[in-house]
Each structure stands twice: as C-alpha cells, then as structure tokens.
Write a protein that binds this ligand. Structure first.
Ligand code: RB5
Length: 150
C-alpha cells in the first residue's frame, strides 16, 4: 500500500509521527512536505497531495493531511476535483468516512488529536472499505456537485 502525506507547520510533528508509524507497518509513504517548522500555507500542501492522488503520478490512491486543527487543510483539499477529504477526530467517523463517503483523503489536527488516538483513526481509516450500494449513488451526487456548482 502507498499513502501520500502532507502538512503545514502546525501539523508537522503529527505528520512525522504517522509517517513513521505507517512505514513501521511496511506501508510506503510519499511525503509532500512541509519538512520544517517554518511557517507556511496549508493550501499549498493540500494542493500538492491532492494533485498526486488525482493524477495517479505516485500510485498513491489515498492520502493523509495534517494541520493544526485539520480544518483549513480539509477545506482546501475539498476544493480539488476528485477529492473527498474527511476531517476525523474519532475512530467511528474515520470508519464511516470510508464506508459511507469513500473518503480518499483523511485530515487530522495536531493540536486537537493526540498521537495515540491519531494512530487508531489512521488504522480504522486504512482498514475500512467503501460499502458501495446506496452510498455509491450519494457519493456520485457529491462528485456531480463539482460540475453543478462551477
Ligand atoms: C496554522 O497556524 C494553523 O492556522 C493551521 O495549521 C490550521 O490549523 C488551519 O486550519
């Protein structure tokens, strides 16, 4: 499995922690930065990761983004065509974001979610498959909004 990751300065410690956590499980991580604690703009890193996912360039089909709260970076990611980003601060939401919404990007907040919980959220999100069926119709309608609200 290949997972793309990205963050701003507010999410760098959690991004680094989750990156090591995933690599320890044998998961390949494509790290789109940021790589330092220097102040930067989260939409830039959301864009880098989302372009990777939608272009298929690295082969990562899903990604994880982190900022201080996870809010800004999830709003930015959801502006990118083909992206369904879910900000999750609990395990149940992480599961549902996959099962019902087929989220292809998970967003986390370093200042809101501790590392232990973040690991559990990531595990649940990676392990849960999309349920399809009636949810597929709804997800299609979400994607249609990209054209309808142009
Ligand atoms: C950066 O200070 C902070 O605003 C950012 O990481 C994020 O929390 C925005 O939503």
């Amino acid at each position: 499995m290949k997972i793309a990751m990205g963050c701003d300065h507010g999410g760098i410690h959690l991004k680094e922690h989750i990156k090591k956590y995933l690599m320890g499980k044998g998961i390949e991580v494509i790290d789109h930065g940021t790589y330092t604690e220097d102040s930067c703009d989260y939409p830039d890193y959301a864009a880098k990761l989302c372009k990777d996912i939608t272009s298929g360039v690295s082969g990562a089909e899903r990604g994880i983004l982190v900022c201080g709260t996870g809010i800004g970076i999830s709003i930015a990611a959801n502006k990118c065509k083909g992206i369904r980003a879910a900000l999750c601060a609990d395990v149940f939401s992480a599961k549902m974001s996959r099962e019902h919404n087929n989220a292809n990007v998970l967003c986390l907040g370093e200042r809101t979610t501790g590392v232990g919980l973040a690991e559990m959220i990531v595990d649940a999100w990676l392990e849960t498959e999309f349920a399809g069926g009636r949810h597929a119709r709804r997800v299609e309608k979400i994607m249609d909004l990209e054209k309808a609200c142009d």
